[in-house]
Design a protein around this ligand. Structure first.
Ligand SMILES: Cc1cc2nc3c(=O)[nH]c(=O)nc-3n(C[C@H](O)[C@H](O)[C@H](O)COP(=O)(O)O)c2cc1C
Length: 348
């Protein structure tokens, strides 16, 4: 067990180190947002000063529909990062995810590295996190309830990372019973469920299956941002699986397609995967996202410019979003989602 714990600490450290660089970005595949442009509205009748992003998420009022994506926990270094990320979430009044809580299933030594998020960000929605590989092996639902209680999670996020499990030396690429497990968790735990990828995206078909087993939200975490194949290939120092580096469905494609499921299902659609600037953020909303989320750019900005840097980054993205809404004649996000974006190929 001690060895296993040391291995996990080492792995988490390596993940953080690699994600502070841009070496783990997708190489040739993009998130696809550059293929779209906004439709300029010369007859806009919007008052920019009246645009307000305050909304409700998981029964709490938040100031921006933006989530600090699930990233870390389970080490001392993670505790410090989570404390600072929680400060940002609290100041901006936005939701924040904790990293995989797998470590707390078998060992409570690092519980505080997760709990610190709830301690610091008391009012905001906090997202718990556990992986597909863990839930398919779960014997006791009380173990999962403990993770929810630990951070007083408003929702439990289940991350689907088949590509990462496949390429990770210590990975567990066996997801038999996944949908049934999600369904059981939904029935047995008194908490909402969001399912997310980690950078390979979720297809229309997969999303539909997930909605049929009752998930409350889908975070596409599409291709074009952080490549978790890239992270594991770099950790393994083995280029054998290089062709998987760019595996996955681009973020824009996932949002656009999964959005159409809104006609039949009631769920929150979160757009993420390489949302690294204000226009990508705005285009994710225009294509159908209810909320957006980012991970690596947040970690990098925290590292380079501290909590104030992250606060400035997120607020400036939403300032620009207001300008784009003014120029497209959108008083609110539902109006921005209504035919305000066009594929560039249709402009010429
Ligand atoms: C350092 C780091 C650690 C991460 N750990 C987790 C995790 O524990 N659980 C999870 O669901 N996603 C995890 N992710 C994935 C992100 O939540 C996100 O889905 C993915 O990185 C794509 O977003 P991005 O392109 O903005 O980085 C992690 C990302 C980073 C950068």
């Amino acid at each position: 067990m001690a060895d296993n714990n040391n291995l996990i600490t080492k792995r988490k450290k390596e993940h953080l180190e690699l994600c502070l660089t841009d070496k783990v970005s997708f190489k040739n595949k993009t998130n696809g947002f550059e293929n779209y442009d906004f439709i300029h509205c010369a007859i806009t009748e919007v008052d920019i000063n009246k645009i307000d992003f305050t909304t409700s998420f998981l029964s709490k009022t938040i100031s921006y529909p933006f989530i600090i994506s699930c990233m870390t926990g389970g080490t001392e270094e993670a505790e410090n990062i989570n404390l600072r990320l929680a400060t940002v979430a609290s100041e901006l009044n936005i939701p924040i995810g904790v990293g995989s809580q797998r470590r707390s299933i078998s060992n409570n030594k690092y519980d505080n590295s997760y709990k610190i998020i709830r301690d610091k960000a008391k009012r905001v929605p906090v997202l718990g996190n556990i992986g597909a590989a863990q839930i398919v092996q779960l014997k006791e639902y009380s173990n999962l309830q403990r993770l929810v209680d630990l951070v007083e999670a408003d929702v439990m996020v289940i991350h689907l990372n088949p590509l990462q499990e496949l390429l990770q030396k210590e990975g567990e690429p066996n997801f038999i019973g996944l949908l049934q497990s999600i369904n059981n968790i939904k029935k047995k735990l008194n908490v909402s469920i969001i399912v997310k990828e980690v950078g390979s995206g979720i297809s229309f078909y997969s999303a539909k299956k997930l909605l049929e087993v009752g998930v409350d939200g889908i975070d596409v975490a599409g291709a074009g941002g952080t490549s978790w194949a890239g992270v594991e290939i770099m950790r393994n120092k083995n280029k054998k699986y290089n062709q998987f580096w760019d595996w996955g469905l681009p973020t824009s494609y996932c949002i656009r397609n999964i959005h159409t499921l809104k006609e039949k299902y009631n769920f929150s659609l979160i757009g993420s995967g390489g949302i690294n600037d204000e226009f990508e953020n705005a285009k994710a909303f225009a294509l159908g996202a209810d909320l957006t989320a980012s991970a690596r750019i947040i970690l990098q900005t925290l590292n380079n410019s501290g909590t104030s840097g992250v606060i400035n980054l997120i607020s400036s993205w939403f300032d620009t979003l207001k300008k784009i809404m003014f120029l497209t004649g959108s008083n609110n996000l539902p109006e921005l989602r209504d035919n305000k974006i066009i594929k560039k190929e249709n402009l010429y």
